[in-house]
Design a protein around this ligand. Structure first.
Ligand code: ADP
Ligand code: MG
Length: 373
């Protein structure tokens, strides 16, 4: 995660925009104005986070925005594997203590790691947060790759295999009762990037609901969660699904792959076009197949819909890594819905995905459409 970005936006600048007003019933027969406000911040999870909501006024919106930002920042600091944060025992401290004595941790850390251990079993190892040493090699190569060179060095298989000696999630030892965590082997390292953002957005949304918000949306770099329909008379929000470099395949098409019409739940996209470097005419992106230790090659992107954002985030990474038949079975087993974009640009979707997608409302869907926020 990027420390520089964190400093730029150390204080949340609430640039709330009233875009338009709508009528909202008050239950007592009267009606009051509900206005749409939005804010963006850049200091968590190395990505742009936007929050949009319908509230009675800007003061109310700012209260909800603070809930979102505070929780995202708290979890960003806890889950950061690159930096220590004052007064916190985070993922980096757990990595540094590998093979030593158990550390007392915040309940959110124990919770996320327990989910991650379950995900490892559930996905047959496709989503594996103990791949840290392997992911670090890829991360460092990406960081060092000269911009636009197209010929950056790639890691050797030997180097990757040597980093993968202890990569079983069953070696994450969690004591829920005493809230402690220990990595069994000294060379183990966690990287929770596949689930951390989805988990953080899920927790922020739960706090918003508890605080009484009825209509809103968080989008954290393609990880979207919705609370209720917009209060402007429409039944659903229009959520844009970014196209994974389809213009490279079909230059006439826009950056928008699809528009989803949603009034609840989460939609999460994992793609090969966000973090990568190129070498010898090939793209080396950030989602690694634990079987090969190289970037997964089955598809270009996967978008998953599920009521829970943590589950959707894990499933989107898993469905990106797994071969198509196993990916489909996993999605079906969770009652989730998904859209895949294959290597040659074909779109494959589950029927439930299509039911809320522009892809069926318009034969020419990939040419774009209005999306928000
Ligand atoms: P994004 O971070 O772009 O939203 P994902 O949710 O798919 O995408 O997570 C990708 C991140 O997860 C990578 O940056 C890396 O930190 C980590 N990762 C990559 N491959 C795996 C894997 N097979 N299992 C667990 N984590 C992975
Ligand atoms: Mg994920």
């Amino acid at each position: 995660m990027n420390r520089r970005l964190g400093h730029i936006a150390a204080t949340l600048a609430l640039v709330a925009l009233a875009l338009f007003a709508a009528r909202m019933g008050n239950g007592d027969g009267s009606a009051r104005e509900a206005k749409k406000f939005s804010v963006e911040f850049f200091d968590t999870f190395d990505t742009l986070v936007s929050f949009t909501a319908f509230t009675k006024d800007e003061i109310e919106f700012e209260g909800y925005a603070r809930v979102v930002h505070d929780e995202m920042l708290r979890l960003h600091r806890l889950f950061d594997i690159y930096h220590d944060h004052d007064g916190l025992v985070g993922m980096k401290a757990i990595n540094d203590a590998a093979g030593g004595v158990p550390l007392s941790v915040d309940a959110s850390i124990a919770d996320l790691l327990e989910i991650a251990k379950d995900a490892y079993e559930d996905t047959g190892g496709a989503v594996n947060v103990t791949l840290g040493p392997v992911l670090k090699i890829w991360h460092d190569h990406r960081d060092r790759a000269p911009a636009n060179s197209g010929d950056a060095p790639i890691p050797s298989l030997e180097e990757l295999q040597a980093a993968a000696t202890h990569v079983s999630a069953s070696d994450i030892l969690i004591d829920r009762e005493h809230s402690t965590v220990l990595l069994r082997h000294a060379d183990m390292r966690l990287d929770v990037g596949a689930a951390a953002k989805g988990y953080a957005v899920q927790k922020a949304v739960e706090l918003l609901r508890d605080a009484g918000l009825k209509s809103g949306l968080i989008n954290a770099g393609g990880n979207v969660v919705i609370i209720g329909p917009p209060l402007d008379g429409r039944e659903s929000w229009n959520i844009g699904v970014r196209a994974p470099d389809l213009e490279e395949l079909r230059p006439a098409e826009s950056k928008l792959l699809d528009v989803l019409y949603l009034s609840d739940g989460a939609a999460v996209t994992s793609g090969s076009d966000q973090r990568y470097f190129t070498s010898g005419g090939r793209r080396y992106h950030h989602i690694i197949d634990p079987e090969t230790l190289f970037p997964a090659e089955n598809v270009r992107s996967v978008t998953v819909r599920h009521p829970n954002s943590t589950v959707a985030d894990i499933l989107s990474t898993a469905a990106f890594v797994l071969p198509p038949d196993r990916a489909r079975a996993l999605i079906a087993r969770h009652g989730a819905e998904a859209l895949w974009v294959t290597g040659d640009g074909k779109k494959l979707a589950t029927p439930g995905y299509l039911a809320r997608s522009q892809l069926v409302r318009s034969a020419d869907a990939a040419k774009g459409g209005a999306a928000e926020p």
